[in-house]
Design a protein around this ligand. Structure first.
Ligand code: XMP
Length: 333
């Protein structure tokens, strides 16, 4: 699949049968493209890179080398799941790099959102390059590019005005002399999910809500500190757990916590307790270009507030963001 335009008559993949036919076709194409050479993949654990990994493992097994860079900005349990699913269950050739300290040291004191994004994006490529340089005989780079990435890049290039510098849609670093393997680049997200299911990936991984490349880095607002990042990760895990338990996980397109760099006065155990506010954002959208606010039952909001303020060190208030897009973007940074 060399070209970047989805043929007008390409059928949408909605059933497991169609997904299996797509997988068979891609397995053949990838084998023909790659031969006995090695392929490198940056495996974030998101839907797209995970589906590409599972597809390539099926096609070329250990010729695929997956590198998972933990930038320290992952959600709770995510890197562990990558190791569990790919390193253990699928027995992939997986290199796990814990680069938390590198990223957090570089980000210390940086409060400008665009600077943070640029640092995270550039360091990600650097860490990945360093790992690639240690490997022998890699001829191909696999990417989880999907069709909306291609459409959006074309639009941004035409208008010259992207709203934010998205990381992980930039493509190949210029000095990496490798050909690309992009088996799902003509698919839309819903199709990628059906393919993921057909490949036997866990439901939670396949139907995971979108997560930005810079991860919790753009939700720990302003200059990131380890304690606030930790509080964010814990509060976010509680929100996700409660949405799962209450049937909202499949209904709400994206939901997360953001924590600003401000403290307010509260009281805990009859003592003055200064803490950060945790801001809940829960939105619905079809294409992430516009978004509406999901109405969450008040009783559930009370319960989540209670849990976060009692279970997470450093948080003493919970707020709800009621801003649609536009005027707000989905992420806060
Ligand atoms: P915004 O904040 O621009 O977000 O309204 C729109 C959607 O894009 C996600 N997002 C990103 N995804 N890399 C990504 O892959 C990024 O750098 C990035 N920034 C934002 C955001 O979570 C939302 O779904």
């Amino acid at each position: 699949m060399q070209n970047n335009v989805r043929p007008a008559d390409m059928e949408r993949i909605t059933t497991l049968e169609q997904a299996n036919a797509f997988i068979d076709e891609q397995v053949k194409e990838v084998r023909a493209q790659v031969g006995d050479k090695k392929v490198l993949l940056a495996l974030s654990g998101g839907v797209d890179s995970s589906v590409v990994a599972a597809l390539l493992i099926k096609a070329i097994g250990k010729q695929l080398v997956c590198v998972h860079v933990n930038h320290g900005l992952m959600r709770k349990g995510e890197s562990e799941q990558v190791i569990e699913v790919f390193g253990k269950a699928l027995d992939a050739n997986l290199i796990y790099v814990d680069a938390t300290d590198r990223f957090l040291d570089l980000l210390a004191g940086v409060s400008d959102p665009e600077k943070k994004r640029k640092i995270i994006g550039a360091e990600f490529i650097k860490v990945f390059d360093e790992e690639a340089a240690k490997l022998d005989g890699i001829s191909f780079l696999a990417q989880g590019t999907i069709y909306p990435d291609i459409l959006e890049s074309i639009k941004a290039a035409e208008s010259g005005k992207p709203v934010k510098s998205h990381h992980n849609v930039g493509g190949l670093p210029e000095d990496m002399a490798m050909s690309l393997v992009e088996p799902v680049k003509l698919l839309f997200k819903d199709e990628v999910r059906v393919v993921g299911e057909a490949l036997g990936l866990p439901h939670g991984m396949v139907y995971r809500q979108p997560f930005p490349g810079p991860g919790l880095g753009v939700r720990c607002l302003g200059a990131i500190t380890r304690d606030r990042l930790h509080a964010l990760r814990e509060a976010d895990a509680i929100l996700r757990e409660e949405f799962d338990k209450n049937g909202l996980a499949g209904k709400v397109w994206q939901y997360f916590i953001a924590i600003p760099d401000i403290k307010s006065v509260g009281v805990r155990n009859e003592m003055r307790y200064e803490g950060w506010p945790a801001i809940i954002r829960a939105i619905n959208t079809t294409d992430a270009m516009t978004a509406t606010i999901e109405e969450i039952p008040y009783a559930l909001l009370h319960h989540i507030t209670h849990r976060i303020t009692h279970e997470v060190e450093g948080i003493n208030r919970v707020l709800m963001d009621l801003t649609p897009k536009p005027i707000g973007t989905i992420e806060w940074e």
